[in-house]
Design a protein around this ligand. Sequence first.
Ligand SMILES: [Mg+2]
Length: 285
Amino acid sequence: MPKVCKQRSNLPVRVTALPPLPVRAVLLFDIDGVIRDVAASYRRAIVETVQQFSGWRPEPAQIDALKSEGCWNNDWEASLELLRRHRQSSARAELPSFESVVAAFCDHYFGGDPEGDPALWCGFIRQEPLLVGPEFFTGLSAADILWGFVSGAEPPSVRYVLQRRLGLQDPPFIAMGDAPDKPDPTGLLRLAEALLAARGTNLGPDAPAVAYVGDTVADVQTVLRAREQMPAQRFLSLAVSPPHLHGPGQQEQRRAYEQQLQAAGADRILTSSDQAAAALQALLG
Ligand SMILES: [Mg+2]
């Protein structure tokens, strides 16, 4: 039987206190499509899960179209929604339970116990190219930029990519179950507050800018909602189209996708995640 991924209850963000050095900005990152390429993992798990229950394999453009609606950041819910829409268009009667979809998805993605030893996993998670290296974060720290991650991925998956793949020591992150799903800005605000508090300062009109790098409309909307909640604080949205749109023959789709990010309110479109620091510095002037 496949294991069902468990969500955590809300936990306080753990951030190591640091000396009160100058802080130029806070730069937070989405993970999937920004730090790692999930075309052959999460996106493939969506496809395989949908096929398992319906026999239909959604195309990448159909997943992009769903994601562009801004409210399907959770891939379990996205899988079920694709099944629901397919069922409506094909007049199929059966719709699986959410729990069945989650179990099937996790079996494809982890291929083992998500809470167990990652060395024993044999699922798609093992096929995730990294989009930045550990030196990228060393560079941010050297530029007095505080950094962290706000992701809707499961905690075992987040720990796997940040600690095991990138080798980051005790990285600050918010994962699934730590805060409401994006575009709710609670996770973004909580992590930014925790990072600044560790430096002896708070969010507000005198605080450094807080920027978020994401690859979906929901990520952009998360920043807009943070602004609504805290108008005196400067928030910036940096957006990048996911790697599967950067291949040959994808120029049209990529341009359309980036226009959606821009229309949603992104302050800057990046051509790759490692441009985030330069784009942020340019916006700060
Ligand atoms: Mg993403």
